[in-house]
Design a protein around this ligand. Structure first.
Ligand SMILES: [Zn+2]
Length: 265
């Protein structure tokens, strides 16, 4: 049932981790026919796209391939501002799968060639039969509240002056709630309770799924670990330092807290 992609289809073409965008006259995705050097992901793409009814092409642009007139490569993060949220999310999905295809050319167990699985969105080793699926790395992100104040912390990797809510990767064998408790305790020495699901966001840097929660302070005073977190504190909305831009779930968590705790006087 596979159909060949047509020249007029919108194309998410990546060279390394950068997306090809056409800038004439306004930023838009190029059509497949406009990028002669594009190498579409082929049938494997359909195993992931069908359920989302997206009619676009995912493609690689070979290293050193000349860029068509009026087109430039942009970092994936910039796709949001240039092309909108929907295109950013699809671009993130495309890049994760394209990267995964490249990273699974050879079997991690026996070193032989891997091929696309016959029916699933997976790749299989021709020699030992190992089957691998795309990597998704869940991470928790949590807004901890205490008497109308929000726990905001600063990682040394953040832009200068930026604070945000706490986040960390889920470890094998852990529930999401256990990850929330462990991360907050490890990073700032505070115990939390009343953990509630907030929402989630795919975050393709490189293949995270951010799972957001709110939680309440239970005990302990802030003491930062000095490695992942260099400073942290409790902030009322009117005391907030610089916070993340609107595209992230961290900002949605902070905005939700602000809505519920704004001082109306
Ligand atoms: Zn193998």
């Amino acid at each position: 049932m596979s159909k060949k992609p047509g020249a007029g289809e919108k194309t998410f073409a990546f060279q390394d981790d950068r997306l090809l965008v056409c800038f004439t006259p306004d930023p838009r995705l190029p059509r497949l026919g406009e990028i002669p050097a594009a190498e579409p992901a082929g049938e494997l793409q359909e195993r992931f796209s069908k359920a989302r009814s997206s009619d676009c092409v995912w493609a690689r642009l070979p290293e050193n391939a000349p860029l068509p007139e009026g087109m430039s490569l942009v970092p994936l993060r910039e796709a949001w501002g240039l092309l909108g949220e929907e295109a950013f999310l699809e671009a993130g999905r495309a890049r994760q799968i394209l990267d995964w295809i490249q990273e699974t050319n050879f079997c991690g167990r026996c070193g032989k060639r891997m091929r696309d699985h016959a029916t699933e969105g997976a790749r299989t080793c021709q020699s030992c039969g190992l089957t691998v699926y795309p990597t998704v790395s869940p991470a928790i992100i949590v807004a901890v509240e205490r008497e109308g104040k929000l726990l905001l912390a600063r990682s040394p990797h953040f832009p200068k002056g930026r604070y945000s809510v706490l986040a960390g990767f889920v470890e094998p064998g852990e529930t999401l709630e256990q990850a929330v408790v462990r991360e907050v305790l490890e990073e700032v020495s505070v115990r939390v309770k009343e953990i509630r699901y907030f929402g989630s966001q795919p975050w393709p840097f490189p293949h995270s799924l951010m799972v957001g929660f709110s939680a309440a302070w239970e005990s302990g005073e802030i003491c930062v670990d000095g490695k992942e977190i260099e400073d942290a504190g409790w902030f009322a909305p009117e005391e907030f330092p610089e916070i993340p831009p609107p595209l992230s779930i961290s900002r949605r968590l902070i905005d939700d807290f602000t809505r519920r705790n704004r001082n109306e006087n």
